[in-house]
Design a protein around this ligand. Structure first.
Ligand code: C2E
Ligand code: MG
Ligand code: MG
Length: 275
């Protein structure tokens, strides 16, 4: 009504491609096509591994190894994320059970999407899975984005409380990109804030980004939270973050995410460590 719309054959092709990807994704778990890679998290004061973040990839039969950005959004829209999330948690526990019980690292962190948190069942099924796998919950840190816990504040806070009561650690991922109110943040039972890569990237050249990083670190310290900087790529970024009081970091400077069999190499020494 009162408007004209053009159809382009390309729209059809894009829609078909999306549909095909969705169909493939539905079978990805049962066909055992998902993989976890792990990115080391380093304490730069000791140069030791403190943890590792599990990051999912999809070994697509035709398209090769796909990064999460290409399918997590689709998985969230279609609800397939619930199945993927359960697989990720169980696989991460399976891979890391030996690492944490041997004391080679404190925790393994796992990303949780907003859609998973929305299902009221999430804390219970998570704790059940850990119980079934006999995995000590204190060795798991779950990462939520600000928007995931902010979407429904009362529900979000309650979910986190149940998880914490069950012994699981809780982190806010990509901190600084959302719009958390500080008053609300104070009410959340958190362990860790992760400074988004966006602020780390230009931290040595942009006084604005450095100021944000400084503020996040000060905030975390003042309410007794651990702070982890993401996306550290250079010695200069590392030095500046350390000078600001942030000692835990992950990023290409230390390592890209690696398959599980390459994680033990980090137990003894961290590449690029300073003398
Ligand atoms: P994230 O949780 O913030 O993970 C950090 C991302 O930054 C990873 O991308 C990692 O490879 C990348 N990265 C780490 N260090 C550097 C660096 O020094 N430089 C640069 N340029 N990038 C760095 P990845 O693996 O592609 O994951 C992207 C996002 O996908 C993750 O962001 C997370 O939000 C999501 N994701 C990954 N795995 C899962 C999962 O199992 N479940 C859910 N719900 N989301 C996941
Ligand atoms: Mg993360
Ligand atoms: Mg992040």
């Amino acid at each position: 009504r009162n408007n004209v719309q053009f159809f382009h054959a390309g729209f059809h092709a894009a829609a078909m491609e999306r549909l095909q990807l969705e169909t493939d994704l539905r079978y990805a778990v049962e066909r055992n096509e998902l993989r976890l890679h792990y990115q080391p998290i380093i304490d730069v004061t000791t140069n030791r591994l403190v943890g590792a973040e599990a990051l999912v990839r999809w070994q697509h039969p035709a398209r090769g190894l796909l990064a999460p950005d290409t399918f997590i959004g689709l998985a969230e829209e279609t609800g397939i994320i619930e199945q993927i999330g359960e697989w990720v948690l169980a696989a991460a526990c399976g891979d890391s059970a030996q690492w944490v019980t041997a004391g080679a690292m404190e925790f393994i962190s796992v990303n949780v999407s907003a859609r998973q948190l929305e299902s009221g069942d999430f804390p219970r099924t998570t704790l059940q899975t850990l119980g079934r796998l006999d995995f000590d919950p204190q060795h798991i840190e779950l990462e939520f984005t600000e928007s995931a816990v902010m979407r429904d504040r009362v529900h979000g806070a309650e979910m986190l409380r149940v998880l914490r009561a069950g012994g699981v650690r809780v982190a806010i991922d990509d901190f600084g990109t959302g719009y958390s109110s500080l008053a609300y943040l104070k009410q959340l039972p958190l362990n860790t804030l992760k400074i988004d890569r966006l602020f780390v990237r230009d931290i040595t050249t942009s006084p604005y980004d450095a100021a944000i990083a400084r503020a996040i670190i000060a905030l975390a310290q003042s309410i007794d939270l651990r702070v982890i900087a993401e996306g550290v790529e250079t010695q200069e970024q590392l030095d500046l973050l350390e000078a600001l009081g942030c000692t835990m970091m992950q990023g290409y400077y230390f390592s890209k995410p690696v398959p599980p069999d390459r994680v033990p190499a980090f137990f003894v020494a961290t590449p690029n460590r300073r003398a």
